[in-house]
Structures are given as C-alpha cells and as structure tokens.
Design a protein around this ligand. Structure first.
Ligand code: GUN
Ligand code: ZN
Length: 437
C-alpha cells in the first residue's frame, strides 16, 4: 500500500473557539504534513516530523502556500433540487407546490435519479464538501441512485428517502406502509455499507399523516443508532398549517416529540421561529437545529438566532447547511458568508475561526461522526480540502493587505467559492483534479 504525504498549511479544530485569540481551540501548522495510507490520516503535525514517519515510497504532494483543512460537511441538502435552485418569487409552501414537488416527481425515473446523483456529488466535491446529509425524493430508486454513486466514490454520506403521504401531488406520495417498507429495505441494503449511513426522513409534519408519523417513530425505535431528519419551524404559514393538522399539539416541536422523533441523532432543518419551550425541548433531547442561511434568506423565512441558541441557559446543538434548492449556493464558504450577515442582523458576530469550526468539526460533532471526519487527527478518514485565498484577482489583491490567519479565513469566507477549492481528497483520493480530467 503506497502512502501519500501532503504538505501545506494545516488547520484543524480541537473545540469551539470562544474568541479570535483562543489559540488552543485549533491546531495550525505553518509547514504542516499529513501522511495518508489506506484512506486514513496516519500522521499529522509539523512536516519535518511527519516526513520522518513516511517511508521512502510515500508519494509527496506539495500544496504550499495553500491551506489544508478537513473537508466541509453540509448537514441538510436536497439532491433532487438541482433544477429547483434559483426558482423565482415564492415563500415556502408556494415554492414547494409550484416548483419543488413537480420537479421531484421526475425521480420516479431511476435513470434521471442516477444522472442527478452523479452531478450532485460532482458539484459537492467541486465546492470542497466531502460529507452531506441528503434528502432524496420519495422514490426508493432515488435513494438507491444516491447511495450507489456515493459508495462508488467512497464518500461518507448520510441520506434517506423522504416519507410523505399527503398534501402533495400523487407522483410524490407514498403510504404509511410503503414508506416504512421502502425505508426498511434501504436501511438493510445501504446502512453501514462502506461509508454509507441511512437517515430516517419524514419530510415534515405537513406532508405526513399521523399514521406515517407513527411509522417514522417506530423506525427510530427499531433503529436507535440511525439519524432522523426533518424540517421544523421554517415559515409562519407552515407553522399555522401544522397547528391545524395537529390541533392537539402544544406547538410544532410537540408534534415530533409526540411521535418520538427527538434525540441526539435528530436533525431539524431551519428552527427559525421557535418558542422558548420548543428550544428547551430540543436542548433537553440533545437534538440538532440546522442553520440554513441562504435558504432562509432566499425564501424570506426569517433569521435563525445562532448566538441566542448557543448562549441560552439550555443551549442548542447547531449545525450549518446549504439546503439547496431552497438554498442558493452549493458552497459552505458562501453559506457562512450569508450566515455571518444573518447573525449580524441579530446584532452579533461570528468570528472566522468559529465559522470554519462550524463547517468542519462543529458539523461533524452535530452528526456524531467526529471520530471519523471533521478534523485532521491521526486515525480519522482522509477527507481534506485545499484552499487558495488568492484564487481570483480580487482575492489576490485583498490578500496583499492580509496579515493574520483570521483575516485570511474571513477573506476566504467572504469572497471564496468553488474557485478557492484547489483540491479535495475523499478517503485519501484526489477527487477534484480527478474529475477535471
Ligand atoms: N420543508 C419541507 N420540504 C422542504 C424543502 O424541500 N425545502 C425547504 N426549504 N423546506 C422544506
Ligand atoms: Zn430542506
């Protein structure tokens, strides 16, 4: 087995950086090395030391002066919405009915699903994202297409077929029984195969009948190690409709609570308009609130209160995500640029170390997979992104005045996109340059 020795400026996080000067929260090597063998990082640190551990035969790749970070993690994205992104003029429920549901009917065709799954994972890799938590369409074939493509590329991805049995066109509906059976079959076939993880995926309370919600709860009880993903408290009309459909519920979160869907592997997209009771319920159950800034702005949904959620007495676990196709960009850099502005509108700031913590280690912690991804630690999978802060003329010019790592990271976040991603390693394999050839 030949090993690979990467050289560059390495940056990885140990914990949440409290301030911009909280140096012990990260590990930065100006001349760093990563030794990769069999898809894993087997040594990490100062280049001179890592080089000593590398045998004579190691293939050396010099990425200086670029930054090497853990590959980005996108914790909420809809792969069947690549041809929905950039649809004009609607808020959530109209956007779903006008654009999204009709588009997702096309995924009854397995060939269409395979084509979009391939293009989707290409796009993710091009943007430096090495792990996604993906919603597929209602069709079992769409999840099969996604997992087959993901497994071929040896990516660590988490995905599930959406369960939805009402309030949408016939072509995107299952039934409580077929949703359960298809989910069971997909779990059996894909969960734990290579790096694939299954997420139980009731779309949201509006498109699932009480019978289907029961089934989703049963699946979570039968598979307590699996992730569960859904949408929560994104839009005022959505909240009002949910209240009508579940008149007994104390609030939106109570619906999911009632069916046993809260927990430490549960991911709730949006969480914009939560009451204190709802935030407490999420906190007490160790559930994760997913911040989707470009989507929340694009659909006019509202401002996620990141800092309040972090600093309240019962804090929330928070992840960040693109939410394409409600989201408007595949890039986690663009996502955090918009996230920074949303947090600024709430009168707070997110410093650049916190941002890069969030899209690497923070998201991996939120998914409970930090033993495998999200850092450059020895023994973890070699999912790595190589970032070039001089990727465009405007970035190059601005870099002339940059003096600190914090400033460079902020520049990457503010001006960077896929052009700043020089290379991406997926389980040690150079995946971006491979694609270009
Ligand atoms: N709520 C239910 N489905 C969706 C979806 O596809 N996108 C967004 N943004 N919200 C949803
Ligand atoms: Zn979503």
């Amino acid at each position: 087995m030949t090993s690979t020795l990467l050289r560059g400026r390495t940056l990885s996080f140990v914990r949440w950086p409290e301030t911009i000067d909280d140096h012990s929260a990260w590990r930065y090597e100006e001349d760093g090395g990563l030794l990769i063998s069999d898809g894993r990082i087997v040594a990490s640190g100062a280049y001179a030391q890592v080089e000593e551990q590398a045998g004579e035969g190691a293939k050396k790749i010099d990425h200086r002066p670029h930054l090497l970070l853990p590959g980005f993690v996108d914790t909420h994205v809809h792969f069947p919405q690549m041809q929905v992104i950039a649809s004009y003029g609607a808020e959530l429920l109209d956007w779903l009915n006008t654009y999204t549901f009709p588009e997702e009917t096309k995924f009854a065709n397995a060939q269409h699903g395979r084509r979009i799954a391939r293009l989707f994972l290409d796009e993710m890799v091009r943007h430096g994202t090495t792990t996604v938590v993906a919603y597929c369409s209602v069709h079992k074939a769409s999840a099969e297409a996604f997992f087959a493509e993901s497994h071929d590329r040896n990516m660590l991805n988490i995905a599930g077929k959406v369960m939805m049995d009402r309030n949408a066109p016939e072509g995107v509906l299952d039934t409580p029984q077929s949703g359960y059976d298809d989910t069971k079959a997909l779990i059996k076939e894909w969960h734990g195969k290579g790096r694939q993880h299954y997420a139980i995926t009731p779309r949201f309370a509006i498109t699932s009948s009480p019978e289907q919600m029961e089934m989703a709860g049963a699946l979570c009880r039968e598979h307590p190690d699996l992730h569960m993903q859904t949408h929560l408290s994104e839009n005022h009309a959505e909240i009002a409709f949910t209240q009508q459909l579940y008149p007994w519920s104390r609030d939106y979160t109570d619906v999911y609570e009632h069916y046993g869907l809260l927990g430490k592997k549960s991911l709730f997209g949006h969480c914009i308009h939560l009451s204190e009771r709802e935030a407490d319920a999420l906190s007490q159950s160790d559930s994760v609130a997913v911040f989707c800034p470009t989507s929340n702005l694009f659909l006019g949904s509202g401002l996620f209160d990141y800092q309040r959620f972090r600093h309240r007495e019962k804090p929330l676990r928070i992840a960040a995500a693109t939410d394409v196709g409600g989201g408007t960009n595949y890039s986690m850099l663009r996502t955090m640029d918009e996230g920074y502005k949303v947090i600024a509108l709430n009168g707070e700031k997110l410093n650049p170390f916190q941002s890069f913590w969030q899209i690497t280690r923070g998201n991996a912690e939120a998914l409970s997979v930090v033993q495998k991804i999200g850092t450059l630690d020895q023994g973890t999978d070699a999912d790595i992104v190589v970032l070039d802060a001089r990727a465009t003329p405007a970035m190059r010019l601005r870099m002339e005045t940059v003096q600190t790592l914090a400033q460079e990271l902020f520049l990457l976040q503010t001006l960077g996109d896929d052009r700043a991603v020089r290379e991406v390693y997926v389980a040690g394999r150079a995946a971006k340059s491979d694609m270009a050839n």
